[in-house]
Design a protein around this ligand. Structure first.
Ligand code: KIV
Ligand code: NA
Length: 279
């Protein structure tokens, strides 16, 4: 497979072909996503929860993101790779944001960065793109701002708030983003925004009128225990948890009964050597 570049993504968008994006947080999750021909692999700060067991994304540090980006980059041969700028690494000033973005690219080995926010982040986005680093926008529901948004709520459910999401999307486009994530926005609004933008929109909880889709890998592969809350937009395409559980339980059983390891999983020594050893 040929390396996905910004040109590849532009061609897909021009042709009306949806862009397929998924998150990865380490070497194996990136390896499988790349082998499955994903166009974009995102090292999302959602790894705070799905890989590090944190309560939310506010706890994850730039150093954590760099470590995980580097692991993902090692496994990614073709997909375009993006790293999330975590909360606190880009809001203080454009200078801080460029410094963090450069670290994600140089040390994390990703090809572009994503940051949350609309109009207020436009000058920052412009500075990062001017430094030659592709920026993916993220508007609508911005999880890093969950406290000021009053939780994880659908954005743009009223005409006024829908217009603000549109203005944010337009602002990140004008600032130089090559595409933008649209999270938790009514499908009708996401469709209108997609039609009015020149850049592709990558939806998550934003209906099928977007230019592409993104999901968190552990959510869509079902790599979590039963009973966990899932947002409406998550479709569980697999049941990785059950398969791991089945395998590990079976292993335990066979260790306890000494069924494992059987001769086929065991090394042996020639009889003569063994007799000499024992004498
Ligand atoms: O952190 C993340 O995984 C994300 C995607 C869900 C867009 O930001
Ligand atoms: Na994120």
């Amino acid at each position: 497979r040929k390396k996905v570049t910004l040109n590849t993504l532009q061609s897909l968008h021009k042709a009306g072909d949806p862009i397929a994006m998924i998150t990865a947080h380490d070497f194996p999750s990136a390896h499988v996503a790349d082998a499955a021909n994903m166009d974009i692999i995102l090292v999302g700060d959602s790894l705070a929860m799905v890989a590090l067991g944190m309560e939310d994304t506010s706890e994850v540090a730039l150093e954590d993101m760099i470590l995980h980006c580097r692991a993902v980059a090692r496994a990614t041969k073709a997909a375009f790779t993006i790293g999330d700028l975590p909360m606190g690494s880009y809001e203080v000033s454009p200078k801080q944001a460029i410094t963090s973005a450069i670290r994600l690219v140089k040390e994390g080995r990703v090809q572009g960065v994503k940051l949350e926010g609309g109009q207020e982040m436009a000058p920052t986005i412009a500075r990062i793109t001017a430094a030659g680093i592709p920026v993916l926008g993220h508007v609508g529901l911005t999880p890093q701002r969950q406290n000021s948004l009053g939780g994880f709520r659908v954005q743009g459910k009223t005409a006024g708030s829908a217009f603000r999401v549109f203005e944010d999307a337009l602002a990140v486009q004008e600032a130089g983003c090559f595409a933008t994530v649209l999270e938790a926005v009514p499908a009708e609004i996401a469709s209108v925004i997609t039609k009015r933008l020149k850049i592709p929109t990558i939806g998550i909880g934003a209906g099928n009128g977007c230019s592409g889709q993104v999901l968190v890998q552990v959510d869509m592969t079902g790599n979590f225990p039963p009973g966990r809350f899932l947002p409406r937009f998550v479709k569980k395409y697999g049941d990785v948890w059950s398969e791991s559980m089945r395998a590990i339980e079976k292993y335990r059983e066979e260790v306890k009964s000494r069924a494992y390891p059987s001769p086929e999983h065991t090394y042996s020594i020639a009889k003569g050597e063994l007799m000499e050893f024992e004498s």
